[in-house]
Design a binder for this molecule. Structure first.
Ligand code: ATP
Length: 298
């Protein structure tokens, strides 16, 4: 489990992180979302003992990072900056880290296979693509078989296959009871991965909820195409719906598909198409952040 309690970091007059409080639970993947410069990396660095908080507390399984006796066995991290010595092979890199963190060397080869780098194990890290370096960073984080994983923008540089691979790896980790905290500036990228959402802007947490609740908070939009759009629009509005036009179709909010279908039937307008638009996650996220920013300047 990860617990952040009123965590704050100031750099001179800049408050990079401002009273951040949330929990990332075991068995779940928590997405930590914010635009560039919103305070994600600073928060993760405080959690991992790399930056000293101005005030507040960050705990991993109830203990501050610096007080963990054997950190690699408790938490693995994939941070933005590259981790490898360019002249070292991927395998040598992992062996070095295994030695440094007291992990048995015989974990290295299975881990290289697990992250899809078995064939590239003896190549220099300097010749790795960005995606291969991310895979190596994930293997390094997994060396001590830690229950808690913390990742900062891990999808950077991964192709769609790599993103699918990472998603499956992190979901499997959570299924086994692990805790995963993943920072990103793209909600849509995390949509199929995360269980819980934490949104940060200007160093302040603006929204904490299960992803399902975020989906549920928006009324579904329907797109309806029928023979007589004007008559259909009037009937739908009479039932309280908000109706706009979108090309030849109507853009309807405030009704379920069943209600809209029944109303069209009553109004005797044949329907050619009726679909529910899934919410645009990226737009939802931007709406949350801009609403929060507007409140902050008020
Ligand atoms: N060492 C530092 N000295 C001064 N200001 C800093 C320092 N580190 C971060 N900041 C500032 O703190 C704020 C938050 O930065 P942070 O890197 O945590 O954001 P982020 O959400 O991780 O953004 P990105 O996605 O761009 O990495 C920014 O305004 C940044 O300029």
């Amino acid at each position: 489990m990860i617990e952040l309690i009123d965590l704050t970091k100031s750099y001179g007059r800049i408050r990079a992180v401002n009273g951040v409080t949330f929990t990332a639970e075991p068995g779940r993947v928590t997405g930590f979302l914010g635009l560039n410069g919103s305070g994600k990396t600073t928060t993760l660095r405080m959690l991992l003992g790399l930056t000293r908080p101005t005030s507040g507390t960050a705990l991993i399984n109830k203990v501050r990072y610096r007080e963990l006796r054997d950190p690699a066995r408790h938490v693995g991290a994939v941070l933005e900056q590259g981790i490898s010595h360019p002249g070292q092979s991927g395998r040598a890199h992992l062996v070095t880290h295994a030695l440094l963190s007291g992990v048995a060397r015989n974990r290295v080869d299975p881990l290289l296979a697990y992250v899809g780098l078995a064939d590239a194990a003896h190549q220099r890290c300097g010749a790795y693509s960005l995606g291969m370096r991310q895979r190596l960073a994930v293997a390094t984080a997994l060396l001590g078989d830690p229950p808690v994983l913390v990742l900062d923008e891990p999808a950077n540089g991964l192709d769609p296959e790599g993103i699918a691979w990472l998603r499956e790896l992190l979901r499997a980790h959570a299924r086994k009871g692990g805790t995963v905290l993943i920072a990103s500036h793209l909600l849509a990228e995390l949509a199929q991965l995360i269980d819980d959402v934490v949104v940060i802007s200007d160093g302040t947490v603006r929204y904490v909820a299960p992803l399902a609740q975020l989906y549920g908070s928006t009324s579904a939009r329907l797109r309806i195409r029928g023979r007589d759009p004007e008559r259909l629009s009037r009937a739908l509005q009479a039932a309280g719906a908000l109706v706009g036009t979108d090309g030849g179709a109507l853009d309807v909010t405030g009704l379920t598909p069943e209600e809209a279908g029944d109303i069209a039937f009553e109004a005797q307008v044949p329907i050619y198409e009726l679909v529910r638009d899934s919410p645009n996650l990226e737009q939802l996220f931007l709406d949350l952040v801009t609403a929060a920013n507007a409140e902050a300047v008020r």
